[in-house]
Design a binder for this molecule. Structure first.
Ligand SMILES: NC(=O)C1=CN([C@@H]2O[C@H](COP(=O)(O)OP(=O)(O)OC[C@H]3O[C@@H](n4cnc5c(N)ncnc54)[C@H](O)[C@@H]3O)[C@@H](O)[C@H]2O)C=CC1
Ligand SMILES: O=C(O)CCC(=O)C(=O)O
Length: 453
């Protein structure tokens, strides 16, 4: 019988522990510890709105596990944020940091808000308010935030400044993904997409394919989605579909990704605006009366496509780069792409994974595919603490070496045990976490080691 969807994203996430434990030497007590976040903080953030009214926003910060180092993970501003989601995201951070072998545990934060509805001043007050409320919970040696969905370098800069004011000293290492003049690292902006790109380059070597033969669909054209699309497009890959929260565009010949990025940066939406213009301003037909019929001739646009249909396109690589739970028991059997590279966190439910496994779909799991972001965050934290800054080439070279090394180790584990790549990645991460837990000496011993006579 097909696996049912698990109730709750955190419950579904930690379900992967049991699967992977079979292929590790991790003991039951360590697994039990990882089922429970170390600490959870819920805060109310009062924000004075531009019209003089007061609004109270709800926010969360979760520290999942700090055995391997301070907890690390982004802050999400999204209307769909919930404590359950933040707990899952923090758990994935613990596993991700272990998978790439960086000395951090996992944490995550979120605020229930639609930031698109806020003015810049309101957004700044909310960002400063949030970090003020969690100021005793975070810190460069305890818990280090970073950007995630709908947060960016500017917001990290405000948060770092506010935290520094509270502590009456400049503390750049409390947060990563900052603007470069405030101690940000070169190469952090595109690191998440770049890490996924390096995974695809390893696959390219293993499979010996020609980039120009490979069609790619990318769901979510934000920070992570844009950069992985840009890097693949520059190598000749055909990015045939992209989307944002309003929908997507499809063009069989491949989209002009640099131009699509420029349009997006100018504030245009992928879905809903330039793919469905009511008045055509393209140089091809110049039809000012009716709906444009020739968008497919404009390589930055294309036919409009829904987010759901984009996932089911007959492409060679599908890259979900938006939110969780996109591939579910409901649509998994209709996914045609033989390869999925998970740039988003948690895009595939465990019920969907069972179906994809039966169809032999190859999945590069989130905890490896999107680990480039936190890896360069680690570089940023290290640079802040050393007060010595690296060149972009140094950052990218070190990132490439880490991703290629871990990708190939996981690939080998997968092949040797005939398991899927996600289980292999969890096994690799859990081995590192369990070594740390055991080194702490908190496991159950039958003797306390002291001579009883
Ligand atoms: N920014 C980072 O360094 C990292 C991000 N990630 C993950 O990557 C994913 C994307 O994050 P970012 O690119 O940073 O966020 P972002 O805020 O820069 O972009 C998010 C994009 O997703 C789109 N989107 C939102 N809801 C959507 C929906 N229902 N369907 C399709 N598109 C939708 C938005 O319009 C936007 O284009 C998230 O799952 C995040 O947790 C993972 C590792 C690091
Ligand atoms: O850069 C970081 O510290 C964390 C990025 C993040 O939130 C993630 O990998 O999901």
């Amino acid at each position: 019988m097909a696996k049912q969807e698990v109730n709750g994203i955190f419950e579904d996430a930690i379900g992967r522990l049991d699967q992977a434990a079979e292929f590790t030497k991790i003991d039951k007590e360590a697994i039990e510890r990882l089922r429970h976040p170390k600490a959870v903080l819920q805060v109310s953030i009062p924000v004075r709105m531009d019209d003089g009214s007061l609004r109270i926003f709800q926010g969360f910060r979760v520290r999942h596990d700090d055995t391997r180092g301070p907890t690390k993970g982004g802050i999400r501003f999204h209307p769909g944020v919930s404590l359950d989601e933040v707990k899952a995201l923090a758990f994935w951070m613990t596993c991700k940091c272990a998978v790439v072998g960086i000395p951090f545990g996992g944490g995550k934060g979120g605020v229930i808000v639609d930031p698109k509805q806020l003015s810049r001043m309101e957004l700044e007050r909310l960002s400063r308010g949030f970090i003020g409320q969690v100021a005793d919970f975070v810190g460069p040696e305890t818990d280090i935030p970073a950007p995630d969905v709908y947060t960016n370098a500017m917001i990290m800069g405000w948060m770092m400044d506010e935290y520094s004011k509270i502590h009456r000293q400049r503390i750049p290492a409390v947060i990563t993904g900052k603007p470069i003049p405030l101690g940000g690292s070169l190469g952090r902006d595109d690191a998440t997409g770049r890490g996924a790109y390096y995974c695809i380059k390893e696959l390219e070597k293993l499979k010996d394919w020609q980039p120009t033969d490979i069609r790619v669909a990318v769901q979510g054209f934000g920070n992570a989605g844009q950069h992985v699309s840009r890097l693949l497009h520059a190598d000749g890959y055909r990015i045939v579909a992209i989307s944002d929260s309003r929908g997507g565009i499809y063009r069989a010949e491949g989209l002009d990704i640099p131009r699509a990025i420029k349009l997006k940066q100018e504030g245009q939406m992928i879905g809903g605006v330039y793919s469905e213009r009511s008045v055509c301003d393209c140089p091809v037909c110049g039809d000012a009366e009716s709906k444009c019929k020739c968008t497919t001739n404009d390589p930055a646009t294309g036919e409009s496509i829904s987010n759901a249909d984009l996932l089911e396109l007959g492409v060679d690589i599908l890259i979900p780069a938006a939110l969780e739970n996109q591939l579910t028991a409901d649509n998994a059997s209709r996914i045609k792409a033989p390869m999925i590279v998970e740039v988003a966190n948690g895009p595939t439910t465990s019920a969907a994974e069972e179906i994809l496994d039966k169809r032999n779909t190859f999945v590069v799991p989130d905890i490896l595919a999107n680990a480039g972001g936190v890896t360069v965050s680690y570089f940023e934290w290290a640079q802040n603490r050393a007060g010595y800054y690296w060149t972009q080439d140094e950052v990218q070279d070190r990132l490439q070496r880490i991703i290629a090394r871990e990708f190939n180790a996981i690939y080998e584990l997968m092949t040797n045990h005939a398991i899927n790549m996600r289980t292999a990645a969890y096994a690799q991460g859990l081995n590192r976490i369990s070594e740390a837990i055991e080194s702490q000496g908190t496991r159950q011993y039958f003797s306390n080691g002291i001579d009883s006579n």
